[in-house]
Design a protein around this ligand. Structure first.
Ligand code: PSU
Ligand code: MN
Length: 321
């Protein structure tokens, strides 16, 4: 009888496999932001800069993607470039519900937060960096969810797969308060580093208190180690504010998001196309300022995740530190 396992689909890059076998810190990076979230050439620049930031923090980067039926954990430099430059319609977006479809076809798929978590966890990785997680989309202008009822599979994945997921907060295009409520119901701890308010993706402040906060990365690492050590099966969401110099002022972010959501509604965009559509519309509305914020926060999260992974490895070694 055949074995039923994701592991049979994994191709772990040798540098990543060696690091994991040696107990060295590794950070998974997602690839939907490369394939669908950012335009070329910023997507390739961000992907390379994120890997470099993880390395500078003392960890090994593992960008996760799908190609020709294989679940790739860690991309060689030429593969990263191939994914970033592959013609858009030929690259699909793979999440938990579309994972089988993405693996059953030839060609590339960018993995969302949910699909990246599945591959990273199967490979034995504990820390993952992204830009912003998916969540509960906003209701239509009339306040009714109706045809707009749309909750990202990222939220259920956070509840069922144990990792430390580093992000800049739920994406600002979402109903952030509703997203936090779902995370609470599903038992996912959400912690902000260095501030009491929830980081707001493009902006440093989402306008809501974070469910929990810690003063610094050391305290974050201790909380992550405790959470993962409990074996509850869920992830912990670590929220890092976008770097000050590249943040969008909150009013500008709120205004662009509101206009983009109204435009999406008027254009009838929905489903998996919605998030990429909104990000592109906001980029146009802010003259590229949102892309600069998005780029800066992704690379910054990769850097923080690298340091977190290194601290977790130190905590594994009793008697040291
Ligand atoms: N963060 C970014 N840009 C992105 C995404 C996250 O800065 O493009 C992607 C992530 O892959 C996330 C996905 O998992 O958007 C959510 O899509 P959806 O709302 O369709 O579940
Ligand atoms: Mn959706």
């Amino acid at each position: 009888m055949s074995r039923l396992a994701i592991a049979d689909r994994l191709d772990v890059l040798p540098a990543v496999a060696e690091a994991l076998a040696a107990g060295l810190p590794v950070v998974a990076l997602e690839s939907t932001l490369i394939s669908h979230g950012l335009p070329y050439p910023q997507n390739l620049e961000v992907a390379r800069a994120s890997e470099a930031a993880v390395r500078e923090s003392g960890a090994v980067p593992a960008t996760v993607a799908i190609r020709d039926g294989r679940f790739l954990v860690g991309l060689a430099a030429d593969d990263l470039a191939a994914l970033a430059t592959a013609p858009a319609p030929q690259v699909v977006k793979a999440a938990r519900p579309s994972l089988a479809a993405a693996l059953a076809r030839d060609g590339w798929a960018g993995t969302t937060v949910s699909a990246t978590m599945i591959g990273a966890h199967a490979a034995g990785i504990r820390v993952f960096a992204t830009g912003g997680i998916g969540g509960v989309h906003r209701p239509a202008g009339n306040g009714s969810y109706g045809a707009w009822f749309d909750i990202s599979s990222d939220l259920d994945e956070l509840a069922r797969t144990p990792l430390a997921v580093v992000c800049a907060g739920p994406k600002a295009i979402l109903d952030v308060a509703a997203t936090l409520e779902v995370l609470e119901t599903r038992g996912v701890p959400v912690v902000a580093i260095g501030q009491a308010s929830l980081p707001g993706f493009f902006a440093r402040d989402a306008g809501l208190p974070a469910p929990a906060s810690v003063p610094d990365e050391d305290a974050a690492a201790a909380l992550v180690a405790t959470h993962l050590g409990l074996g509850l099966g869920s992830s912990i969401l670590v929220c890092v504010p976008v770097p000050e110099a590249d943040a969008l002022p909150r009013e500008i972010a709120v205004d662009a998001v509101e206009r983009a959501v109204a435009d999406a509604e008027a254009s009838g965009v929905a489903g998996p196309a919605l998030t990429p559509w909104l990000l592109a519309r906001i980029a146009a509305l802010t003259d590229g300022a949102s892309v600069r914020a998005n780029t800066a926060l992704i690379v910054n999260n990769a850097r923080v995740a690298g340091r977190l992974a290194a601290r977790l490895v130190e905590a594994d070694r009793p008697g040291l530190g």
